[in-house]
Design a protein around this ligand. Structure first.
Ligand SMILES: Nc1ncnc2c1ncn2[C@@H]1O[C@H](COP(=O)(O)OP(=O)(O)OP(=O)(O)O)[C@@H](O)[C@H]1O
Ligand SMILES: [Mg+2]
Length: 137
């Protein structure tokens, strides 16, 4: 999905929510994922101008979930660790930032360096399927 405007961010948010529900995440989890997608898509439009968000289902070690990858070729982030620790806070202060996205998702990896662009990979795993467990007992 190409991201270059607030309208694109809204679409990415919506698609993320739909994908999360299809994969079997709860409504609350789907809202968390959608909010995290909004943040990283907004970062693309604000800091890089344009970029891309890809949403996929993922199965790893028998777990099922979703992965969101956001990529841009913008200026990059100088101190990724600081941004994830919330030592950085922008003047806008309206969003939850990458730090917030980290808390909403199960896993987040930010690969970035000045002049190299930024790639954010976030995962959310589906909880244990209790009905499935009961059926298999
Ligand atoms: N895709 C990106 N490209 C370049 N810099 C980024 C990108 N995403 C985040 N940053 C840098 O990391 C800082 C923290 O971003 P974050 O989204 O965590 O916080 P924020 O409170 O939403 O701030 P902002 O509104 O500036 O994004 C940003 O101010 C910016 O300097
Ligand atoms: Mg931001």
């Amino acid at each position: 999905m190409h991201i270059a405007s607030d309208a694109d961010t809204v679409v990415a948010r919506q698609k993320g929510r739909e994908a999360a529900l299809l994969i079997g995440l709860s409504r609350t989890e789907a809202t968390f994922v959608a909010t995290a997608i909004s943040e990283i898509a907004r970062n693309i439009t604000i800091h890089a101008g344009h970029g891309e968000v890809v949403i996929r289902e993922v199965t790893e070690d028998g777990r099922r979930g979703m992965v969101v990858v956001a990529r841009d070729e913008g200026p990059g982030i100088r101190d990724v660790a600081a941004v994830l620790r919330q030592e950085y806070s922008s003047d806008a202060g309206l969003g939850i930032g990458l730090w917030g996205a980290r808390r909403l998702m199960d896993e987040i990896e930010v690969s970035s360096a000045p002049g190299m662009g930024t790639t954010v990979t976030m995962k959310k795993w589906r909880g244990i399927d209790e009905v499935g467990l009961l059926l298999h007992e």
